[in-house]
Design a protein around this ligand. Sequence first.
Ligand SMILES: C[S@@+](CC[C@H](N)C(=O)[O-])C[C@H]1O[C@@H](n2cnc3c(N)ncnc32)[C@H](O)[C@@H]1O
Length: 195
Amino acid sequence: MNTPSTGSATGPRLEAVSADGALALKHLDLPRHAAVLDVGTGSGQFAVYLASQGYRVVTGEPASDQSRYAHRDWAAAARNAGVLDRIRFTPLDASELPFAPESFDAVFFFGVLHHIPEPLRRSALGEALRVAKSGGPAVFFEPRPELLRTVRADDPGHPPAANPSLYLLDPGVQETHIQGSLMDIFIYRRGARKG
Ligand SMILES: C[S@@+](CC[C@H](N)C(=O)[O-])C[C@H]1O[C@@H](n2cnc3c(N)ncnc32)[C@H](O)[C@@H]1O
């Protein structure tokens, strides 16, 4: 069996990120140059992936985060991939996003929800759906057990995966679950469309 490689302490290699990213994007039907929000920048793997698909990406993480997963050199990864001009960084907290309602065609949390303290996760879900356009998706990627085992070899205290559906407040939200190779993918939409 192939064990997924983490590539760094922050997550899987870009090719594995791309495979699970592509799986999700197939369900989303986003406009070509969609404006998207990537919450939890980390080393920038998912922001770079989204920008490489032609999207205009805003990404951020809390300025106060002192963990090993924050304040990484995401800009170097973006520069290497030739997509730095499509990514804008701003400090943010998922539980209180500094954006107007319906600012983005889609909102992504790639390997992030389980790093957010439990009492703030409901707000994070609510905020993701608030800043996504009506019918636009909020997409959460959470690590599958095999990836978690690999990550924990390097970071034994790494938190367990979160199930975002436990933190949904609005019963009118539609949800779709897809099993990726490294990540479980949860897609939520307010409004009529199903992912
Ligand atoms: C493992 S990294 C995510 C990997 C990253 N998405 C990538 O593609 O490389 C976890 C991220 O969650 C962020 N994070 C933790 N708590 C957060 C919060 N309350 N709001 C937003 N981001 C948060 C951390 O700062 C870090 O950037």
